[in-house]
Design a protein around this ligand. Sequence first.
Ligand code: GAL
Length: 468
Amino acid sequence: MNQKKEYYFPEGFWWGSASSAAQSEGAADRDGKSPSIWDYWYSIEPQRFHDQIGPQDTSGFYDHYKEDIKLLKELGHNSFRTGIQWSRLIPDGQGEVNQKAVDFYNDVFNELIALGIEPIVTLYHFDMPLALQQIGGWESREVVDAFTDYAKICFELFGDRVKFWVTFNEPVVPVEGGYLYDFHYPNVIDGRRAVQVGFNEILASAKAIEAYHKMELGGKIGIVLNVRPTYPRDPDNQGDIEAALAKDIFFNRSFLDPCVKGIFPKKLIKFLLENEVLPEYSKQDLKIIRDNTIDFLGVNYYSPSRAKERETKLELKEGLFMPDIYFEDYVWPEAKMNPYRGWEIYEKGIYDICKDIIENYDNIPFYISENGMGVESEERFLNEDGIIEDNYRIDFIKDHLRWLHKAIQEGANCMGYHLWTFIDNWSWCNAYKNRYGLVSLDLDTQKRTVKKSGRWFKELSDNNGFAE
Ligand code: GAL
């Protein structure tokens, strides 16, 4: 008989999922919350959102958190990443704190802890309070300082219980979406402004880390980056190799290096100098970034990135800088695609990221903070008992866990695996087009039903892995 292959994980491994406050709470205009850029953008351009469903219609966590947290337990969670909405806690972005929000977040964290679920809390997940966007958003130094104050308030209010903090979720996304490729508000396309936004986010993160460490609350603070291993079209072609390297520097190393090592990649500085788009900064800023690096890293991994040497000259709008002058995106014809999201699925990418962290980032403690699969029209897979049989999701998770397991065997310092996400939720412009949850949500009735993957996830967590 063939011996079963075993994929068991280190003791204490985090099994759970991630969500974000703006994507799950709903109650967007209740109990003192002010609009974020999402509420505002939806109010002026609802047609940019799938089926015109906006941020007020998210999965109702604000009203259903008790039930949802019980569900997390049923799904085998020992940890869960959620977030605080800045525009709920401090409606104007700076100044007065909203007591109703304090009560709500206190309740959420207390419930989680009471059920033995470690809360990991994100401070910023794409959701700038509108009042702060109106004074420049991440382009403004005032907003960097407002963020530092907001972070300190969160640590003071909840830091006695929350022991794992995340300053930013995917800080490169507001840069790409808001200032390069037009998929987030404020829909600017201008590389110079994008560089400033990225720099200010890194500085804001370092300042929050500095404040947290000074408070000596005995927990840890990190950042969540969407790391996309970047492969050249032809690994033997110098032009393609350089293109992939440039793309990697702009979208991965630009954040990884300062957050983990406290310095910016030399090559990035060279690119920015060549185009005269260095951000405004002071020596003091660089010192803050150098001295306040993360304690742990969260890695979101969905899809790899591919590049080729530019084949066509990029027409720059009004001559404004775009990083794409150094590369062109490449779609590998043999790629396995998730057709609903248009994202390539490449399981080995997760292993390549782990090796990169071992080799280039001092094997810093990290965890997989998001991985997952969005699928459209999942009701196709309903069985007679009314349960969605999402075998594809179970396979997707296993396919990634095998590679993660191999990397851990080879020394990766990985603390856990979180799925995006526990319940179908609102995905920004895609709204409810693609469903990611272990639990399905009926948007009309708010009914929650565990999918097949949810039951399987519980076993996975109970067994601390799987055998096959
Ligand atoms: C990530 C993001 C999440 C979620 C997910 C799935 O990039 O952090 O907020 O939307 O994508 O689309």
